[in-house]
Design a protein around this ligand. Structure first.
Ligand code: GTP
Ligand code: MG
Length: 617
């Protein structure tokens, strides 16, 4: 726990310390696993955390079961073969139950895999190497299994957060800083979410290992950079895993290699092959989509056992080093991640970001904007060092050269960074959030670029509306896709947010007090205001509008009920009726899409062979 204690001492934030102490142990796993020889270390490196997680995945299996009450039987069965560290339970979107089992050693896992049965003797099914299994009901006489004193580490660990409950809890916080911290604590990707993402990577690695030597599949992006929320997408990169030892010139026998000449073409073909393998050899992978003509060719797929949407690319190590950089900035000061979460959530609520690609800003450049703001030298001092500072302090052990000779060398060990290089400012999260909005409300987007390399605004090299320098490839703008209109909207929204936050702090607490007004979707906020009964804070529940047996309320019915319940002005009711109809239509469309996906997906039909629901324990 030395990391926590020292960081908190630096910033004088006993509040965060208490929260962290109370946080589930699972979220501190990496801190608890520190080696005894490392006690004097304040920060773990990204490589240390990643190798712990990869190692954990090599020792883990995901088993589909009938329900969480299968725990005792599964534990008893597996512990006959191998020693178990712990079991986590979760459900996927289809309501199917799974348990992630972590064994003590990789040999334990191999032992249990040797004991696995194959499905059955069908000719049209090929057995797959995979860490995803299912637990068959006992055939014949049921063996008596003694109850274990062990319990599930996590129950329903993948459950989506209840937004209404979250808003209620945020509403009862006593300060805006507490709200920001709570939002982070409640919505960040939890330990099970991280484990499952490494399992999905491991599953691919097992298949690719049979085709390529020294191959690795690594998660990058928000799943590992410390800015991921529950349910975030998984970015994966397939790359060589060459160590210095392998390129040792004294080794006389060397693999013959097949060179990939001809620019992007061969990589696209590799990715085509990957797409085929995903469809044929990766159990649980569905909706495979090949996007091969992008700058970085990718294959997208959905992993239905874990509910994770994945983007797999080839040889994009600069993306991994970028994730490492963001992770390091996030771990330098305990305010960085909560503030970034809030900004990302606000941007989604006001529609600045969007899950589809387009002419708008995305979470990655938005995160760089937060880091850049925290580098500013205000009267109170700065919080984060410039990237230049990290590059200047790099040693021989920090040299990393990614594809296309991109130099990704920067200081990796934050323990070597002098104390005066970070956390100089003691402001609380509320002040920082307000300052963030104010900073960008007056930023000269027309003339200046945002550069975390320098830590201060620099002259824009071209006339693109928004210029955010890529720290690893300074000639590139990571927000080159952002249109003039979207940049203008950003400016407008930061001004609105600053005004709203400031105004909301005065007077009595209302439903959109503090950050609530910033993070709730506009449509639902308007609706909430409208549904308020008279001047009271009690809301008309949407349930009040529908009878239990009324599936499709007519527009007229909705209108008259709203009028009766709220006694609001005519035009407000009209607006609200429109918004509600839209909400209902979107919900129906999503439900229909989900149904369609299930039917369209040929793999699901094949899975019927594999899963005999009634036969599962
Ligand atoms: P969400 O997926 O929205 O949660 O955020 P994310 O951080 O994962 O962003 P995204 O999926 O768009 O990108 C994944 C990762 O790729 C980022 O975190 C960066 O590490 C990296 N990345 C994204 N865009 C660029 C870019 O223009 N250049 C480089 N070098 N890396 C990038
Ligand atoms: Mg991502």
């Amino acid at each position: 726990m030395s990391l926590l204690i020292q960081t908190i001492r630096n910033t004088g934030k006993s509040h965060s310390f208490q929260k962290l102490i109370q946080a589930p142990l699972s979220s501190c796993t990496c801190l608890l696993r520190r080696k005894s020889s490392d006690v004097s270390k304040k920060f773990l490196s990204f490589d240390e955390v990643v190798s712990q997680r990869r190692d954990e995945a090599r020792r883990s299996l995901v088993v589909q079961v009938n329900s969480e009450s299968s725990f005792n039987e599964l534990y008893g069965y597996c512990s006959n073969y191998a020693s178990i560290n712990g079991i986590h339970h979760y459900k996927n979107a289809g309501g199917e139950h799974f348990m992630l089992i972590e064994f003590s050693t990789e040999d334990n896992l191999k032992e249990i895999l040797r004991s696995c049965g194959s499905h059955q003797k069908d000719n049209d099914i090929m057995a797959l190497q995979s860490p995803f299994l299912w637990f068959r009901a006992c055939s014949g006489k049921k063996e008596k299994i003694a109850p274990t004193s062990n319990t599930l580490i996590t129950k329903n660990g993948n459950a989506a957060i209840d937004e209404n409950l979250l808003c209620e809890e945020l509403g009862s916080c006593s300060t805006v800083s507490d709200q920001i911290q709570l939002l982070y604590d409640k919505t960040m990707l939890n330990d099970l979410g991280i484990r499952l993402r490494y399992m999905v990577a491991r599953q691919l690695e097992i298949v690719f290992e049979s085709l390529y030597a020294n191959i690795a599949v690594r998660p990058f992006g928000s799943s590992v950079n410390g800015f991921g929320k529950m349910g975030c997408d998984l970015d994966l990169v397939l790359s060589n895993n060459l160590t210095d030892e392998m390129s040792d010139p004294t080794k006389r026998l060397v693999y013959q290699e097949k060179k990939s000449e001809g620019g992007r073409g061969p990589w696209q073909r590799h990715m085509e092959l990957v797409g085929e393998l995903l469809e044929l050899r990766i159990v649980g992978a569905t909706r495979v989509q090949r996007i091969l003509h992008a700058r970085v060719p990718i294959v997208k797929y959905a992993h239905e056992f874990t509910n994770i949407d994945c983007d797999l690319c080839y040889n994009n190590m600069s993306g991994v080093h970028m994730s490492e950089l963001l992770w390091m900035y996030g771990s330098l000061d305990p305010r960085v991640r909560p503030l970034t979460f809030l900004v990302r959530r606000w941007a989604a609520a006001v529609g600045l970001t969007n899950q589809h690609p387009g002419r708008w800003i995305t979470n990655f450049p938005l995160t760089l904007m937060v880091l850049f703001f925290l580098q500013q030298k205000t009267n109170d001092g700065f919080i984060l060092p410039s990237f230049k500072n990290l590059v200047n302090r790099a040693g021989k052990e920090d040299i990393r050269i990614a594809e296309e000779n991109v130099n990704c060398t920067f200081l990796r060990d934050m323990n070597k960074l002098p104390l005066e290089c970070y956390s100089q400012n003691q402001s609380n999260l509320e002040t920082l959030l307000l300052q963030f909005f104010e900073y960008y409300a007056q930023f000269d987007f027309q003339e200046k670029a945002i550069s975390i390399i320098e830590g201060h605004p620099v002259r824009k090299p071209n006339a693109l509306p928004l210029y955010i320098v890529n720290p690893l490839e300074p000639a590139l703008n990571v927000s080159r896709n952002v249109s003039f209109e979207e940049c203008e909207r950003f400016k407008l929204e930061v001004r609105n947010a600053a005004w709203q936050l400031e105004a909301g702090l005065e007077g009595e607490k209302s439903d959109d007090w503090g950050v609530l007004g910033l993070i709730e979707k506009r449509a639902s906020r308007n609706l909430k205001k409208l549904l308020r009964v008279g001047n009271s804070h009690r809301l008309v529940s949407v349930k009040d509008l529908f009878n239990d047996n009324e599936e499709n309320i007519s527009e007229e019915g909705l209108r008259s009920k709203l009028q009766r319940l709220t006694q609001t002005r005519h035009e407000n009711v009209e607006k609200s009726v429109k918004e509600m109809k839209q909400m209902i239509a979107t919900q129906n469309a999503t439900e229909k899409k989900d149904q369609k996906i299930k039917f369209k997906n040929s793999q699901v039909a094949n899975e019927v062979f594999r899963i005999r629901r009634n036969k599962m324990v």
